[in-house]
Design a protein around this ligand. Structure first.
Ligand code: NAI
Ligand code: MG
Length: 482
């Protein structure tokens, strides 16, 4: 499939370049070569997009019934499925992820539009018993124009979960995709127009975070902003939202633990634990980046993990190996520096995968790495690496496991592996995380499951019906009729 070399913003239903004509080169993470350009937009394009969104919200898009909006989004889901090969190839080239993983992402994106298309006309308000002779309604209303800053790790999926829910709730959207991964968001916005999402209801503005992203977060016309990305940028986005006195949903990083008790079904657990850290080369907010292992099975689990890590192969996304490259040079150097610093501190590299033969020079390849036994308070066991690096930690008691699991700033996801029913639930309740998986681990997907963080992993909930509610606010109407 040939991939076009020129991408445009989608504003008010039009394909537009930046007014200055400035562009950003799109680099292929698998070989470092430029293959396309996106517009380098700034405050002017963001403003135009916000105006177009307001016109749609006050105009034809805002007048659609919930059922009509739902039908349009359902049609978009069908169009995404009809074009899934093209979209997956685009996602694979742009992000470097293995093609099979890109295909899963595109199906998940379609599923978000299907889910929220079906949910649009099922979002009810309430009536409240109040004073005699009165009727009180609490109705759900959209925020208006919502801003969406999405990262480069799962552009299609996060576009679906964020814009899909917002549109279903009746908002109009302005999406700022990451400068490293704009291609599927632009293409999805084109398909949305074909599906009948009215012009201006869904705008995509490409550009740098510090320019287009900062302009969007500061824009007074944005009534709600949702952000997925780093804890640092998340704080900037929340600060800007606070100045406008408008709500924000932040989905930030994680240092998610997989807790393996001695009675766990290890044959089942180990492949899932490996997949949860190598999926998308570890660039997943929910990556299970710490494995906490009960002492009696520590050596055995490490041996099982090491066998799998040693067999992992890394190469171009199109070759569909275990791991693709990471997104860019900055991320590759960050990951390598963190692993090198840990090794210099005496942390043992227990196993590493290998680069596949013939992988191109200039690709941002990082070898999957198993580290053990890592002290629970070491920086590599505390901070998000955002690469295929798993830190193994040993524990002796259930209390200690919970203490280590909760001993980071983050609280996004956790996995608990044990056959003991009481322990499953005790640990699930004690762990500080927005999602806890028992004897499974659900990185990615999970459209129907409320999702979001505790502590520095963020606030607000996305996915599921909960995500839809987040894109509305409640208006109370009290009638005194005697
Ligand atoms: P980032 O948080 O800076 O980028 C995410 C998005 O925010 C991109 O669309 C970017 O253009 C935008 N952005 C950047 N600066 C902005 C600003 N001042 N105002 C508004 N928007 C802005 O993340 P980056 O630098 O690409 O990656 C750094 C680290 O962040 C990674 O190593 C990883 O630890 C974490 N990260 C976490 C993600 C997650 O899924 N939770 C996704 C991407 C990164
Ligand atoms: Mg890219």
């Amino acid at each position: 499939m040939t991939i076009p070399s020129l991408y445009s913003n989608i504003i008010g239903g039009e394909r537009l370049q930046a007014r200055t004509g400035d562009t950003i080169e799109v680099l292929d993470p698998s070989d470092g070569q430029a293959f396309a350009t996106i517009p380098r937009s700034g405050a002017a394009e963001v403003d135009e997009a916000v105006r177009a969104a307001h016109a749609a919200f006050r105009g034809p898009w805002g007048r659609l019934t919930a059922t009509e909006r739902g039908r349009v989004l359902t049609r978009l889901a069908e169009l995404i499925r009809a074009n899934h090969e093209e979209l997956a190839a685009l996602e694979c080239r742009d992000t470097g992820k293995p093609l099979a993983q890109a295909k899963v992402d595109i199906q998940a994106c379609a599923r978000y539009f299907e889910y929220y298309g079906g949910a649009a006309d099922k979002l009810h308000g309430e009536t409240i018993p109040y004073a005699a002779g009165s009727t009180v309604m609490a109705i759900r209303v959209p925020h208006g124009v919502t801003g969406h800053i999405i990262p480069w790790n799962y552009p299609a999926q996060i576009f679906g979960r964020s814009a899909g829910a917002s549109l279903a709730a009746g908002n109009a959207c302005v999406v700022k995709p990451a400068e490293d991964a704009c291609l599927t968001p632009v293409r999805l916005a084109q398909l949305a127009l074909e599906a009948g999402v009215l012009p201006g209801a869904l705008n995509v503005v490409c550009g740098l975070g510090s320019e287009a992203g900062a302009a969007l977060t500061a824009h007074p016309g944005i009534a709600h902003i949702s952000f997925t990305g780093s804890t640092e940028t998340g704080a900037l986005v929340a600060e800007a939202a606070a100045r406008r006195h408008s709500p924000a949903t932040l989905e930030l990083g994680g240092k998610s633990p997989q807790i393996v008790f001695a009675d766990a079904d290890l044959e089942r657990a180990v492949p899932v634990i490996v997949n949860a850290i190598i999926q998308n080369a570890g660039q997943t907010c929910t990556a299970g980046s710490r494995v906490l292992i009960e002492r009696p099975v520590y050596e055995r689990v490490m041996q099982m993990l090491a066998e799998r890590f040693t067999a992992l192969r890394v190469g171009p996304g199109g070759r569909d190996l275990d791991c693709g490259p990471v997104i860019n040079r900055k991320q590759r150097l960050k990951i390598q520096a963190m692993v090198d610093a840990a090794a210099a501190d005496g942390v043992r590299i227990a196993a590493q995968g290998r680069l596949a033969d013939g992988a191109p020079e200039g690709g941002h390849y990082v070898m999957p790495t198993l580290l053990g036994e890592v002290p629970a308070d070491h920086i590599i066991a505390q901070q998000e690496v955002f690469g295929p690096v798993l830190a193994a930690i040993v524990f002796d008691t259930e209390e200690e496991a919970v203490e280590i699991a909760n001993g980071t700033d983050y609280g996004l996801t956790a996995g608990v592996w044990t056959e003991n029913g009481g322990r499953q639930l005790r640990v699930a309740h004690a762990v500080e995380a927005g999602q806890v998986f028992i004897n499974n681990y659900g990185a990615g997907g999970g459209i129907e499951l409320p999702f979001g963080g505790m502590k520095h992993s963020g606030y607000g909930r996305e996915k599921a019906f909960e995500g839809l509610r987040g894109f509305t606010t409640v208006k109370t109407i009290a009638i005194q009729h005697g």
